[in-house]
Design a protein around this ligand. Sequence first.
Ligand code: NOJ
Ligand code: CA
Length: 692
Amino acid sequence: MPKRIAAIVVFLIASLTAVLPLRAETLTATSPDGAITLTVSDDGGLAIYAVSHGDKSVIAPSKLGMLFRDHHGFDRDLAITGSQTATHDATWEQPWGERRFVRDHHNELAVTFAAQTGPARSITVRFRVFDTGLGFRYELTEQEAFTSEINIMDELTQFGVGAESKAWYTPSDEFNRYEYIYRTGRAGDVDDAHTPVTFRNPAGVHISIHEAALVNYSGMSLEALRQGNFEARLRPGSDGIRVKTSAPFNTPWRTIQIAPDAAGLINSDIILNLNEPNKLGDVSWVEPGKYIGIWWAMHINERTWGNDGIHGATNEETKRYIDFAAEHGFAGVLVEGWNIGWDGDWFNNGALFNFTEAYADFDLEELGRYARSKGVRIIGHHETSGDVSNYESQMEAAFDLYQSVGVAQVKTGYVADAGDISRVDENGITQFEWHDSQFMVGHHLRAVEAAAKRQISINAHEPVKDTGLRRTYPNWMTREGARGMEFNAWGTPPNPTSHISTLAFTRMLAGPMDYTPGIFDLKPNERPPVREDMPRGDPSNRPQTTLAKQLALYVVLYSPLQMAADLPENYEQRMDAFQFIKDVPADWQESIALAGEVGEYVAIARQERGGDEWFLGAVTDGTPRIVEVPTDFLEAGKSYTAQFYVDGADAHWDTNPYDIVIESRDVTGGEALSLHLASSGGAAIRFIPASE
Ligand code: NOJ
Ligand code: CA
């Protein structure tokens, strides 16, 4: 080669290597059982990852990256400059939960991508691969390129699940926050979705995308880029900035649960394992339990929150509920509408709520004392109607007051349209925020920490979604964040027959839900109105389930605070069925999803915490079916007395919802049970070991 040409070639190679690595680097990690393979590369100067399960693709090669307003970002011209691996296998204990011991077994791969153009800078993506899926997060260390405040404008994380996967999702940008009937369809037809969102790809692999440990960041939803390829979209704050932070920082974990069958999605602890351990120390004061409340009466127009003649939260009515709770072994009585601010249009008047002043017909101190004298606690209620500044200005005093009267759990509420949380900023100007904005992520933790100082636990309604923070803050016990039972009183349409068997494989993967099960009067809007100006709702608004399915919800829908939502007088009509609600625990030693298909049916078994009894709940959608469940969860060959609460032969949610068979018979551990579930029916079973 002539010298000049050789020099040019050397120059070209040298300048090319400065911009792009000549050969892309590809790194891999697998799950401990070897079934899941992750590959990470810098092919073409892009940060790319892909995931497969066995020989089936789960996530097609998808991009990673992040853009900032005032700094050079991580988008292109990237090269892998370092990596580290580790293996972790340890078991930790939950103070309360769906299982007591949680195994965290994963292989870790941390990959550092350095920018090859512009200011020197790098970002690390840490992956953890478990047998049931993987999580990864971005880690930005302290470095010269990032000394000032960082405004994140976009996270470029992509999830290529494929256009032909089937999706179960709720839209992420509509007014009703997370409270939607689940939509089903081709992933290629989904525009945007809240997480957790569930997919089943054409090869039959089940996938759930969500996030873990959402702290000091904004919530992630998925937005379609091209058909079936989604990008993480971070909820912007009122100023348009998606996340304000500074280096060093870690993002929440982006999680991809993977299972060959639907039940496998439920039998995964990825979300909890990716959260930090308990920060609160001794949390023996956090008490799981069941409760009743002055609640459904308002939703079916039998009583009111405000003070207008049929006020629900009166001394007399509260004592009636406390007496009923004491008689039937409930730990708590929720009282809504006790404090000033409910009169008139409370939905739009959050500024009027006073969190320390009770209505004249409600004596908080006396009722707190009365409840404790009966071994029951009042459960507090703070509805904010989304005026978070009004709430924060009173929050400490409000928790002090509740602590002084023995309240150990508070239900909070953020009823406001999505994007309408109001906040007064440092200049006194009112700004509007989303329920999953960085501001609200911060607010919830401020509330949880203020409550923890007073040994109070939180059950948030209209919350930000659950990302497993109960591990770090065990007093953040449960929340709503999906369509709950209330929609069956006034929602048009009510929750469809497929709702529960969809929730089990979607929303419930995030964590516990205060669905408020146990409605026994299944046609509440057919009762005569209590007052002319308070008409009942549309009679077609009603729980679309059989009575047995209402019982099964106590096992299927996990919540450490579990409500018996109906009126005491309705339970008094059906004490035989009510017995199951009295017997079922709210805290578990172990939980196992036995069978199911997303949106169709599900069967779950759970063992009581600190005892040998097992409980089984199974529900179906509108299609009646026989579900075969092996009782392998019981001790093999051991004899149990099983109390069955199952649909009668003619049961049907619409035409014959009360047809229930309640009977006891012996079951041997390992024996297969064949459960007949009626249209939108269910089965609830208690297994008591025969005494030796
Ligand atoms: C909506 C909550 O989900 C419901 O449980 C509560 O009764 C009302 N808000 C009033 O706070
Ligand atoms: Ca709600």
